[in-house]
Design a protein around this ligand. Structure first.
Ligand SMILES: Nc1ncnc2c1ncn2[C@@H]1O[C@H](COP(=O)(O)OP(=O)(O)O)[C@@H](O)[C@H]1O
Ligand SMILES: CC(=O)OP(=O)(O)O
Ligand SMILES: [Mg+2]
Length: 411
């Protein structure tokens, strides 16, 4: 079965094609046969397109002008044409899976995308303005390019549906609960994938483990996982709550918002832009939202970059502490996503703060680009894992499973 996955971000569309046997899922993520990425981070209107295949063919191009949909069409065209051709026709694709960040109250599991589902994703765009519109654009582009193929939405909020009310409800007026103003949590596809992979690496039953998964990418969140379920997380009603992130503030005193609106001439739009795009590492360092650039600036004695690093670590540690309290103990701390997988310094700083638990990491292993590895010392009281998150594979698995359960392809 051929499953195409689209992972929409605010400034990129990543995509990959998996070929999976109809009979059974492999126990570990296979290499996608084809991977494509459209990046819109450069100048306005310029799309950088990168494509590679499992056998090493690549295509790189930048296109100026034309619509984002035309850019996606160009990327998908490389599936059937040129050096990266892996299939003869797009109609060979059986299912298309999409990462959809916000599923709200009604979508707690993966679903086949219908007109109603599209409307719901559009309505939830208010709550995930950087993410849901991009997913919807991907869904519409696929409709136009691939016609009637079955599309499936896999929600980042779904894994967190098990968070108990005491952790999920905000202490505002009770009407908020009735209006759906509660914590949903995000990065669920990644937190769930990493929890399963952690159990595999440790050779333990997932249900027996208490885990904290630290998804530290552009967006950052933690999840507390017990009995195979998410029981707490740091993101909330929107992906803005919790940790300090690349360009998002994470949690701040809501009184600041009232102050800015009342006395500082802020419009709601400006507030949204500042909190989502001009805060976090970027806002404090004044350098970049990218941890690599912040590190470089620190090496050049940039004091604001150092402050941004220190704040990031402080907030990471205090939130790990909060997850620890929800779990009542810890078997493994898991690091994943861009920063979690690639920054030994962040891992070291977070682990040092929990040395009092008897948690110890092997400094050498920590430095050596670990992938899906336990980097704790043999005598550490808590295991420490670095796991390469495979959101796209997790989405493909969900699509495969949904097809198995409901024979989608027989209709
Ligand atoms: N070698 C590295 N060292 C430190 N941080 C890194 C490194 N490589 C990537 N990153 C960080 O990872 C971030 C992107 O993480 P990623 O999980 O790919 O994000 P997303 O999927 O949210 O776009 C970058 O902004 C950068 O800060
Ligand atoms: C939900 C979220 O914050 O996603 P990302 O990290 O991809 O921006
Ligand atoms: Mg990501």
């Amino acid at each position: 079965m051929k499953i195409l996955v689209l992972n929409a971000g605010s400034s990129s569309q990543k995509s990959c094609l998996y070929e999976i046997a109809d009979e059974a899922l492999p126990t570990q993520a296979p290499k996608p046969v084809w991977e494509g990425k459209v990046n819109w981070t450069q100048d306005h209107g310029v799309a950088e397109i990168e494509v590679k295949t499992a056998i090493g063919a690549t295509v790189e191009n930048s296109i100026s002008g034309e619509s984002p949909e035309a850019h996606l069409a160009y990327m998908l065209n490389t599936l059937t044409d040129g050096a990266t051709k892996v299939i003869n026709q797009l109609s060979e694709i059986d299912l298309v899976g999409h990462r959809v960040v916000h599923g709200g109250q009604n979508y707690r599991e993966s679903v086949v995308i219908t007109e109603d589902v599209k409307k719901a994703i559009a309505n939830l765009s208010n709550l995930a303005p950087e993410h849901n519109p991009a997913a919807l654009a991907g869904i519409k582009a696929i409709e136009n390019i691939l016609g009637k193929v079955i599309q499936i939405a896999v929600f980042d909020t779904a894994f967190h549906r098990t968070i108990p009310d005491a952790a999920a409800i905000y202490p505002g007026p009770y009407e908020w609960v009735e209006q759906g103003i509660r914590r949903y949590g995000f990065h669920g596809i990644s937190h769930q994938y990493c929890s399963g992979r952690a159990a595999q690496i440790l050779g333990k039953d997932l249900a027996s483990l208490r885990l904290i998964t630290c998804h530290l990418g552009n967006g950052c969140s933690l999840a507390a996982i017990k009995n195979s379920r998410s029981i707490d997380t740091t993101m909330g009603f929107t992906p803005l709550e919790g940790l300090m992130m690349g360009s998002r503030s994470g949690s701040i005193d809501p009184g600041i918002l009232i102050h800015l609106l009342r006395y500082c001439n802020y419009s709601v739009e400006k507030l949204n832009d500042v909190l989502n795009k001009a805060s976090g590492l970027r806002g404090i360092s004044g350098v970049s939202s990218d941890m690599r650039q912040v590190r470089k600036a620190i090496a050049q004695n940039n004091t604001r970059a150092q402050l941004a690093w220190d704040m990031y670590v402080h907030r990471l540690c205090s939130n790990i502490g909060a997850m620890l309290a929800s779990l009542g103990g810890l078997d493994a701390l898991v690091f994943t996503a861009g920063v979690g997988e690639n920054s030994p310094g962040i891992r070291q700083a977070a682990c040092d703060a929990f040395g009092f638990l008897g948690l110890k990491i092997d400094q050498e292993k920590n430095q050596q680009q670990p992938v899906d590895e336990d980097i704790a010392t043999p005598d550490s009281a808590v295991r420490v894992l670095v796991i390469h998150t495979q959101e796209d594979w997790a989405i493909a698995q969900q699509c495969w499973q949904l097809q198995q359960n409901s024979n989608l392809l027989d209709f």
